[in-house]
Ligand binder design. Structure first.
Ligand SMILES: Cc1cc2nc3c(=O)[nH]c(=O)nc-3n(C[C@H](O)[C@H](O)[C@H](O)COP(=O)(O)OP(=O)(O)OC[C@H]3O[C@@H](n4cnc5c(N)ncnc54)[C@H](O)[C@@H]3O)c2cc1C
Length: 510
């Protein structure tokens, strides 16, 4: 048997520990020896608190027990994101993790809804979607496995404390034999013959050699950006927000099973309910507001007392030109960053890891594997980029220059194509790789005010009275299913209450 591949992970934030946990949890013993190097002194970003449903697949795949993980990270359930004031001031819609009703005659239900619009009907498209209606009433239940039932057509994600998630995965990985080295990387040695990374040197003088290096060093991108000089593609002309202020506050009111994103003059504010506190942040463009003003706006918009001072963060939307270069793979912030509007960063980490596990190299880096990995990462980044841009671009706000800029900017051709198809006939192209599925596009198109001029002609295969009856039935099925769900706070208290949160959850549930 060949000697194990020596894998060195640089960085112990969410990216580093997800990588480490996946490698020790999923790869056959003996294939790799994995070492993670991190510096407690430098610390982690620690603000990734909202996720997408795919994270459950990741946790299940590596063998994490859901209730244990939720208890350890003060997690709550997330059924989607509520967008307030985005298309125009006073508007509200939800991007749910589920479909707007079941298709009829092979045609998605929203096409029948689009026909109804033309006939003057005014039903809210959200009324057909269980996670949206459940969210309105702060309800939660696990989806069922019955493929026909309305309760089977949704998924869920989590809100959690990102610092605690990294710590939880560390415990998981170390219990399975992962070696962790504390220390600050100060130098990287490249092999003269091919420029591959040969070793890293720590401040202590310790030299760590490896066959494969995974750069999870965050925005510093110590290996990919600094040592290997891989360029960063800047996308700030499309996604102008470049800073955030983050602050936790006391939890008040009911425990909502969704993230809230409220558009503000120079960006938007997140509200993420955890078991023991609420996470908040103002993501903004420094072209349109000062840091002090952003901090003051954030503090004025909290729904409970602030538990800390606002913490500033800086970033630049974009990605590395390549995420796999020579014998180094960048994962997480080291490979790029797209702002947290749709909670996609941890998803991008997860997808990089699962692709790496599928394309695991030997000691020589096969160029085919490298090219395929980079292709998959590129597709994911571009899909997320377009979806985020859509939120900014489709707006009729006239109250602040950021929104005028975004409305008038030229968007990528791939997005222009999607918008044109939807505008014309509500069509949404499906693709094999990458986020987001058609129901997500429907929510944001319609929520931001773009409705189709025509509907799919196949809709007219069904008689008009049957359409009305089926639509009425679909809405009441959703309403009844939501009513039968449990109160979210009571569900969390029952299933995974963290010791810090027990009494607060009981109060919220009563
Ligand atoms: C404002 C904001 C909000 C966000 N919200 C969300 C969200 O809601 N959902 C989501 O999915 N994502 C979100 N993210 C992204 C998320 O925070 C990151 O994707 C995630 O935390 C991964 O970070 P990381 O592990 O790549 O980097 P980091 O957390 O920065 O970790 C870097 C690691 O590298 C180590 N390191 C750095 N330099 C050295 C050195 N010289 N020697 C040794 N070690 C070193 C550090 O100690 C640390 O362990 C958000 C990001 C920002 C900025």
């Amino acid at each position: 048997m060949p000697a194990p591949l020596k894998v060195v992970i640089v960085g112990g934030g969410t990216a580093g520990w997800m990588c480490a946990a996946a490698m020790v949890g999923a790869l056959p013993p003996g294939l790799c020896s994995v070492r993670l190097v991190e510096s407690d002194e430098i610390g982690i970003v620690g603000v990734g608190e909202a996720t997408l449903p795919q994270i459950k697949d990741f946790n299940d795949y590596i063998g994490v027990v859901e209730a244990d993980f939720m208890r350890a990270t003060n997690a709550t359930f997330k059924l989607g994101i509520e967008f307030v004031d985005w298309g125009f001031k006073g508007s509200t819609y939800t991007h749910p993790f589920g479909i707007h009703g079941k298709p009829m005659g092979g045609v998605p239900l929203y096409q029948y809804w689009a026909k109804g619009l033309q006939e003057g009907r005014t039903e809210d498209i959200g009324d057909y979607c269980l996670p949206i209606v459940a969210g309105r009433h702060n309800r939660f239940a696990f989806p069922t496995t019955d493929q026909d039932g309305v309760n089977a057509n949704f998924a869920y994600a989590y809100h959690f404390d990102a610092n605690l998630y990294a710590g939880f995965l560390r415990g998981f990985a170390e219990a399975r034999g992962l070696k962790r080295t504390e220390g600050k990387l100060v130098d990287v040695t490249l092999r003269p013959v091919d420029g591959h990374v040969a070793a890293i040197t720590l401040e202590s003088g310790q030299v760590i050699e490896g066959d494969l290096f995974i750069d999870c060093s965050g925005f510093r991108s110590l290996l990919m950006g600094q040592a290997l000089g891989v360029d960063y593609e800047d996308w700030t002309h499309w996604l102008p927000c470049d800073r955030a202020m983050a602050v936790p506050c006391e939890r008040t009111g009911p425990l909502t099973p969704y993230t809230r994103s409220t558009a503000l003059a120079a960006g938007w504010q997140w509200r993420i309910p955890l078991q023991h506190r609420t996470g908040n942040g103002y993501v903004y463009s420094s072209r349109f507001i000062s840091d002090d003003e952003a901090a003051a706006t954030l503090l004025a918009n909290l729904d409970g007392a602030a538990l800390d001072d606002p913490r500033p963060l800086r970033f630049r939307a974009g990605r590395r030109a390549r995420s796999w270069e020579r014998n180094c793979i960048a994962v997480g912030l080291a490979s790029g960053f797209l702002e947290p509007l749709e909670s996609t960063s941890i998803y991008l980490i997860q997808i990089a890891i699962t692709n790496l596990l599928k394309l695991m190299p030997g000691k020589t880096m096969d160029p085919g594997l490298v090219a395929e990995f980079n292709r998959l990462v590129d597709v994911e980044y571009e899909r997320v980029r377009d979806f985020l841009i859509l939120h900014y671009h489709l707006n009729t706000r006239d109250d602040a220059p950021l929104w005028a800029y975004c409305r008038e900017m030229e968007v990528p051709e791939s997005l222009q194509h999607k918008m044109a198809l939807f505008r014309h006939r509500g069509h949404i192209p499906k693709y094999k790789d990458g986020l987001f599925a058609p129901p997500s596009w429907v929510s944001v198109f319609v929520g931001q005010g773009l409705t189709p001029a025509h509907y799919d002609p196949l809709v007219d295969n069904l008689p008009a009275d049957r359409i009305v009856a089926e639509m009425d039935r679909a809405r009441s099925e959703v309403a009844l299913a939501a009513e039968a769900m449990m109160d979210h706070a009571a569900f969390v208290a029952d299933y995974c209450a963290s010791p810090a949160a027990v009494s607060g959850l009981k109060r919220a549930a009563s």
